[in-house]
Write a new protein. Structure first.
Length: 376
């Protein structure tokens, strides 16, 4: 039989993930996944992680041809600590474990956002199409912080969208000035809105196509939740009904994925949105490429410096210095470029030891899994 992923598609499942999953499974496992069994006997099912709590993982999936259901997944030790191995938005294959479902593998993600939190790498979200970088048209406005978010998105190959909120708080002239500054960023999707006056919301609705996944980042109070509520038309709610019980249905957590109705004509279409209230300080790591893309103009000049290891200080033939002197590049952009790269380099050097250790652990658990498969 052909698998019916129709409900999953409305929450972001695509052929891309099917291909990844097929490549990760053995023939027998694939056959079992496509089995004709009743949902109650189905050995495997695909779920999307919607929340990661200390003691449990919430996910949403489709059993048989039933509607979407929400359930808790069992998390085996090889996926712990979850902050390293699982992210909200990840697709997982789970196997039946009596009346529960246990995570078996993570479908190779299309994109993953990560940061350093209390000196530890932490996955923020996975499989996003857009990162909505939200700032407000008042004292929160800070280009340097936006560049940091931009690097985060570009590093993860997620399309960044800059949203300037609370446009009602400033004059036309001030708004023009804010927008002029934003246009200097290496991001061509920029929108000014006011949820108070309802302006600009229609443009944002064009992003809300069925199956799309969006995360919102920005300082506390810039209006992320207000924006989401305005777009959803209602309070955010978790799609699907819970299979087992009603505990923790709306527990607040830093990492939670909600579904709002899509704005396109497809009935029952959903858009996955992740609000990130916990992300006040964003510490990037492993983000060299994202930083270079964020400052593409400076980076491309740096490629032309006479010395490949040019520090852009007093070296002869430095194209960056030259551009700084003739005003082609902004000194504050240059400072931020240098600062972010230095931070990234510093963390890389400091963490080299522990990262290598983790990589070793991961390849070890992979080896054990392969051995188990062979024994089977
Ligand atoms: N003037 C004006 N105020 C707004 C607008 N949007 C939101 N606000 C106000 O800004 C405040 C913060 O809004 P929230 O939506 O809670 O901000 P947030 O980004 O979700 O904040 P955290 O949840 O702390 O991350 C509230 O008092 C809102 O009423 C707007 O378009 N114009
Ligand atoms: Zn140089």
């Amino acid at each position: 039989m052909t698998l019916n992923f129709s409900h999953l598609q409305s929450i972001g499942w695509t052929n891309y993930f099917m291909q990844q999953l097929s490549a990760q499974l053995s023939f027998d496992e694939l056959t079992a996944l496509h089995s004709d069994e009743e949902p109650t006997n189905q050995p495997y099912a695909v779920f999307r992680i919607t929340a990661i709590h200390r003691d449990r993982i919430e996910a949403i999936g489709e059993l048989g041809s039933s509607n979407l259901i929400s359930t808790d997944l069992l998390c085996p030790p090889e996926f712990r600590p979850t902050s390293l191995f699982l992210a909200v938005g990840d697709w997982v294959l789970a196997e039946r474990a009596e009346e529960h479902w246990r995570i078996k593998l993570v479908v190779e993600p299309k994109s993953r956002l990560q940061r350093l939190s209390v000196d530890q790498p932490q996955l923020i979200a996975a499989n996003l199409d857009y990162l909505w970088i939200v700032t407000s048209a008042n004292q929160d406005f800070n280009l340097k912080r936006l560049q940091r978010y931009l690097a985060l998105a570009l590093e993860a190959n997620i399309e960044p969208v800059v949203i300037l909120t609370k446009s009602d708080l400033c004059s036309e002239a001030e708004l023009e000035e804010y927008l002029a500054q934003l246009k200097k960023l290496n991001c061509h999707l920029i929108h000014a809105i006011s949820t108070l006056e309802g302006t600009g919301l229609d443009t944002l609705k064009t992003y809300l196509n069925s199956g799309t996944s969006i995360a919102l980042v920005g300082s506390s109070g810039v209006g992320k939740s207000s924006l989401l509520n305005a777009l959803a038309g209602t309070q955010q709610e978790v799609a699907g009904i819970r299979e087992d019980d009603d505990k923790g249905k709306h527990t607040t957590t830093a990492r939670q994925l909600f579904f709002i109705d899509s704005a396109d004509e497809k009935a029952h279409g959903k858009v996955a949105v992740i609000d990130t209230p916990g992300m006040r300080e964003l510490q990037l790591f492993n983000s060299q490429q994202g930083i270079e893309e964020t400052f593409a103009d400076i980076h491309s000049l740096a490629q032309d410096c006479r010395f490949s290891d040019c520090h852009h200080e007093q070296e002869p033939g430095c194209k960056v210095r030259e551009a700084l002197e003739n005003g082609t590049i902004d000194p504050s952009d240059f400072n931020n470029y240098q600062k972010l790269l230095k931070e990234d380099e510093h963390i890389k050097r400091r963490d080299l030891g522990s990262h290598a250790e983790r990589k070793h652990q991961r390849s070890f658990s992979k080896m054990v899994k392969t051995m188990n498969k062979e024994i089977w």
